[in-house]
Design a protein around this ligand. Structure first.
Ligand SMILES: Cc1cc2nc3c(=O)[nH]c(=O)nc-3n(C[C@H](O)[C@H](O)[C@H](O)COP(=O)(O)OP(=O)(O)OC[C@H]3O[C@@H](n4cnc5c(N)ncnc54)[C@H](O)[C@@H]3O)c2cc1C
Ligand code: SF4
Length: 328
């Protein structure tokens, strides 16, 4: 591990200011992703600004919805009564991720910013445009079984691996961030992460030095009929091959509106507005769900080793919707 300066931030503005002032500085929260990447020599910050003493852990009602502090742990968030009762999809998604020990350390801000699990990204002997721009993409013509089927570019075919964000996309969350000088702005979560395009080194639309202070959830009509399905290689902790966050708002036996977000299929959680449109106004039935699944995967562009994700994705969408609609 390379040497780095350690700074304990006294308040959010000081934290944002310290990182903004040094292009090689990074925030440190639970450290469950950043420290691993530093040990692998993938991330090379020369300064870590520790956020863990900041008062950004609160989970509280706000404007009919809920505000979740960026430093609340994944465990605290998943178990909070407001989340369990009003946003059970978020609880399910968080609990599907990592292990109990990791969720106790991992924070919500760090979870949103976790980096890809592409094996070439971790292997510093291999080319990787995300790790070192301009070196090439080992996975494009290499082993790409876990990689993207939507939105990839020739520069990068990696996926965003997280679970929590898939639920946040389905719930129309907003990310509140604060820059140096205390200036705040909000970013709708579906504009937070980026597709790789020509700049895969940029995972998201945060500016350097911007601190995530909270994640805001609007009032939701999806509490009763929602389900998070994660398909992975093994039942103990593992990242998703395909995940689906599904939510339905029902009017008797008719679907008033739906949310369908696929995880681990693109460089960001992949909200399928095609599937949602296919479900709107339709009867609550397996047939409606099958049509939605076809719509969700119609534009998939698999790579050499991940065509299985197309059929898997369709089946996962149907199964998640069946569970959300309480038909299975
Ligand atoms: C073995 C293992 C298995 C895992 N399995 C899963 C899984 O199945 N599903 C899943 O979703 N995740 C999984 N994870 C990932 C885990 O959820 C993340 O590592 C964790 O959520 C990151 O949070 P952290 O607080 O530890 O972040 P850190 O590691 O401290 O930080 C991560 C990044 O976020 C930045 N950052 C942190 N907080 C802020 C903030 N408030 N504002 C701006 N920047 C910030 C840091 O600078 C860093 O770049 C797994 C991790 C491990 C180690
Ligand atoms: S897919 Fe992206 S992260 Fe993986 S090797 Fe290619 S450029 Fe790097």
């Amino acid at each position: 591990m390379r040497p780095f300066k350690y700074v304990r931030a006294s308040d959010p503005n000081a934290a944002a200011g310290a990182v903004a002032a040094n292009p090689l500085a990074k925030f440190l929260a639970g450290g469950t992703n950043l420290l691993d990447l530093m040990k692998e020599d993938v991330e090379r910050p020369n300064e870590l600004v520790d956020l863990t003493r900041l008062k950004m852990r609160e989970i509280r009602p706000e404007r009919g919805g809920v505000s979740i502090g960026a430093l609340a742990t994944n465990t605290e968030t998943a178990n909070h009564p407001l989340i369990r009762s009003n946003y059970p999809l978020l609880t399910q998604a968080i609990v599907a991720g990592a292990s109990g020990q990791i969720r106790n350390m991992a924070t919500n801000g760090g979870n949103l910013l976790q980096r890809t699990r592409c094996q070439y990204f971790y292997d510093t002997a291999m080319p990787c445009n995300k790790r070192e721009p301009g070196t090439g993409c080992g996975a494009r013509e290499g082993l790409n079984r876990i990689h993207a089927i939507f939105g990839w570019s020739d520069k990068c075919v990696a996926t965003y691996p997280g679970d929590m964000a898939n639920a946040l996309y389905a719930l129309d969350a907003v990310v509140r961030v604060r820059g140096a000088g205390g200036v705040e702005r909000t970013i709708p979560v579906d504009e937070f992460h980026r597709l790789p395009g020509d700049t895969p080194e940029k995972d998201n639309n945060l500016r350097h030095g911007e601190l995530i202070v909270a994640i805001e959830l609007p009032k939701s009509s999806f509490a009763r009929n929602a389900y998070y399905l994660k398909v992975r290689d093994r039942a103990s902790y593992a990242f998703a091959l395909v995940a689906v966050a599904a939510a339905l708002e029902l009017d008797g036996g008719t679907i008033r509106q739906a949310r369908v977000v696929l995880g681990s299929v693109a460089h960001k959680p992949w909200r399928s507005r095609e599937a949602e449109a296919a479900l709107s106004g339709k009867p609550l039935s397996e047939e409606s769900f099958r049509r939605a699944a076809e719509a969700a995967l119609a534009e998939a562009k698999p790579l050499a080793h991940n065509a299985y994700k197309v059929e898997l994705g369709k089946r996962a969408v149907v199964r998640a919707l069946m569970r959300a609609g309480k038909l299975a």
